[in-house]
Design a protein around this ligand. Structure first.
Ligand SMILES: Nc1ncnc2c1ncn2[C@@H]1O[C@H](COP(=O)(O)OP(=O)(O)OP(=O)(O)O)[C@@H](O)[C@H]1O
Ligand SMILES: *[C@@H]1O[C@H](CO)[C@@H](O)[C@H](O)[C@H]1NC(C)=O
Ligand SMILES: *[C@@H]1O[C@H](CO)[C@@H](O)[C@H](O)[C@H]1NC(C)=O
Ligand SMILES: [Mg+2]
Length: 578
């Protein structure tokens, strides 16, 4: 699949954007990647990603995305006309570890109104797709969908249903499924770093990190998730994963939450809620001001930091607490003694207190990395590549450098765009990732002939007069196994049981255990269904298919051929959202 254009969409928790590059440019200079520049009017933020917000009007029709949606909604609120509109902000996290995700899953907006999550995610992807296409058309006319490879990024720590959800959301807005590739965020970042010539913070070139045999850890620190992968460079320059993708939800928005908690500990949660409800515009300004201030906080900070807080927050506090003064509240709190003053629309915080806003997320990240470096196959990894928007924070950089003095910590230039630009590179060259480590044990639920010596009595069932053991976890591939990209990990022939059976159907299970026995064991989850179509019943019971399952890609793929005719493909379907 060689495409004239690779178009990537990075749909982030806090920020989203797109980037693209033409094949002819890529061949000359892989880093010649175009991205869009977005402007936030309120707060003067200029970035190459826009905020992840979607706005629908009262009729449920898509209105806008990004900074534009934030501002429109805030302005509607000023005129008290926003109540019937649907506004969704930072909603990607909904897909993290969500149980029972389906095509009908609902998502709650700013006002608690519900909408189908699929509609919201599609609208966001659709907006970015259309924006990208119109930008491309200015550079080169006559591109149509058959010339484009689309890449959509997802966290590597997501499970299969969430990835399928994103894929279907993209297909709904006209992105051709066959031309769509799902890229894993830390992998994309890893590819981007491979191409970078020189580090920002040292005279050493990346050459040392990316020479054959070297091992490094990529930490993608985004707004929502910290997503980690460990790579080893192979002799032919491809990358092999050394440890399964891992991480957690301790991204940069944890710092925003700490700030919000700090405010709430002064004025009270109910006042923050009321302020958000009654003064949307001011609330947005507060958040944007914090976003800008957050970027200036560094470990050596010694000056006080001034945060602008809209006067309406104080007004809301006064209304809720008549007779009480903010000064008294602040001075009576031991945590703020000599650390914080609040006058009018300004909070001034001592550097020491300001820095604590980063404590939780930095500590969680460092603790997790420490655990990882204890593992035998990660121990000797000598470099850490810090990427993602949050990696631009010198608070996080310093915390990681401090904790891992014997490792080389590299923060590439444009750390915040590494995932987005790497996704474009991945679209041109997906084979650069040559092996991955299986994240779960995968298998299907089957029955076996009952054996008194090994099987549990409670699992005994009678089928056609024969005693069978139900709920057996038939393992296809085990967690932690290194699997080569492109090669099927599982091949098996399945046959029909009844002469008029039109399809074979299996429940797909995952487990964190290497060799689970029953699908009902602790830690086993039913992910979805695999179906194999057998519509032609003329051969009666003598029918079956060779099934190949591949777990080494970014998504599970299944192919099947007729058991008697390997040239005849059999249609299969894997559904994680049923
Ligand atoms: N210079 C900076 N200093 C501190 N924090 C920053 C800086 N630049 C960006 N951030 C923070 O990084 C986060 C955004 O990072 P990024 O754009 O990589 O996340 P995302 O892609 O939206 O999220 P995810 O990848 O988790 O879905 C935000 O929390 C933002 O406040
Ligand atoms: C460059 O790399 C060498 C060898 O890895 C190391 O000794 C040196 O300190 C590095 N220089 C900088 C500025 O990081
Ligand atoms: C590179 O080498 C690895 C390991 O030897 C192999 O699996 C992979 O197919 C090779 N890839 C290319 C593009 O040559
Ligand atoms: Mg991201």
């Amino acid at each position: 699949m060689s495409s004239l254009l690779v178009a990537a969409i990075d749909f982030g928790t806090t920020f989203s954007g797109y980037a693209f590059s033409f094949l002819h440019d890529y061949k000359r200079d892989p880093l010649k990647i175009s991205a869009n520049t977005w402007n936030a009017g309120i707060g003067q933020l200029v970035t190459q990603k826009t905020s992840t917000c979607v706005l629908f009007d009262a009729a449920g029709k898509f209105h806008s995305f990004g900074f534009e949606a934030e501002e429109k909604y805030s302005n509607l609120a000023l005129d008290a006309q926003h109540n019937d509109w649907y506004y969704f902000r930072r909603f990607k996290m909904m897909l993290y570890d969500k149980k029972g995700l389906s095509r009908e899953s609902l998502i709650v907006d700013d006002k608690g109104k519900r909408m189908e999550a699929m509609k919201v995610f599609s609208a966001a992807i659709g907006y970015l797709r259309n924006h990208l296409l119109s930008t491309c058309a200015k550079q080169l006319t006559g591109i149509d969908d058959s010339n484009i490879t689309w890449v959509l990024t997802v966290p590597a720590i997501w499970n299969d249903p969430s990835k399928q959800f994103m894929r279907e959301a993209a297909e709904k807005v006209g992105i051709c499924g066959e031309r769509l590739v799902i890229a894993l965020e830390p992998e994309a970042a890893s590819l981007y770093c491979m191409y970078l010539p020189v580090q920002k913070d040292s005279e050493n070139s990346t050459f040392g990190v990316f020479k054959s045999g070297s091992k490094y850890m990529v930490v993608d620190a985004g707004g929502g998730t910290i997503d980690i992968t460990v790579h080893e460079v192979q002799d032919n320059g491809t990358l092999k994963e050394l440890h399964k993708a891992n991480g957690g939800n301790w991204g940069g928005t944890k710092v925003d939450s700490s700030f919000k908690s700090l405010l709430a500990s002064i004025v009270g949660n109910d006042v923050i809620e009321a302020f958000n409800t009654d003064h949307k515009y001011d609330y947005l300004e507060l958040l944007r001001d914090f976003e800008i201030k957050k970027r200036t906080i560094h470990p050596k900070l010694s000056e006080k930091v001034t945060f602008k807080v809209p006067i309406n927050l104080l007004e809301t506090f006064r209304k809720a607490n008549p007779g009480s003064s903010i000064e008294t509240v602040v001075t009576s709190n031991a945590r703020f003694k000599n650390q914080l003053t609040w006058t009018g629309d300004k909070i001034r915080m001592e550097a020491k207190l300001t820095i604590t806003l980063f404590d939780e997320s930095c500590k969680k990240i460092v603790d997790h990395l420490e655990q990882l470096f204890k593992l035998p196959n990660v121990k000797d990894v000598s470099s850490i590549l810090l990427v993602g928007g949050f990696a631009e924070s010198s608070m996080l950089q310093e915390a990681v450098r401090e904790a891992f003095r014997n490792k080389k910590v590299i923060v590439p230039q444009d750390a915040g765009l590494a995932v987005l630009k790497g996704a474009v590179l991945y679209g041109h060259q997906p084979k650069t990732i040559s092996a991955r480590v299986c994240k779960y044990t995968y298998g299907v639920r089957i029955t076996r002939k009952f054996d008194e010596n090994i099987h549990l009595q409670s699992k005994k069932v009678l089928r056609d007069g024969v005693e069978r053991c139900k709920d057996i976890f038939s393992v296809h591939v085990s967690v932690g196994k290194l699997i080569k990209v492109g090669e099927p990990q599982f091949k098996k022939c399945y046959s029909v049981i009844d002469h008029d059976q039109k399809r074979l159907s299996f429940d797909i299970y995952t487990s964190n255990e290497r060799t689970p026995t029953y699908t009902t064991d602790v830690g086993c989850t039913c992910l979805g269904k695999l179906t194999i179509d057998m519509p032609d019943t003329t051969k009666g019971k003598d029918r079956g298919a060779f099934v190949h399952m591949t777990f080494s890609g970014t998504e599970i793929t299944v192919t099947a051929v007729d058991k008697d005719d390997p040239t005849k493909t059999v249609s299969t379907n894997v559904d994680f959202l049923g």
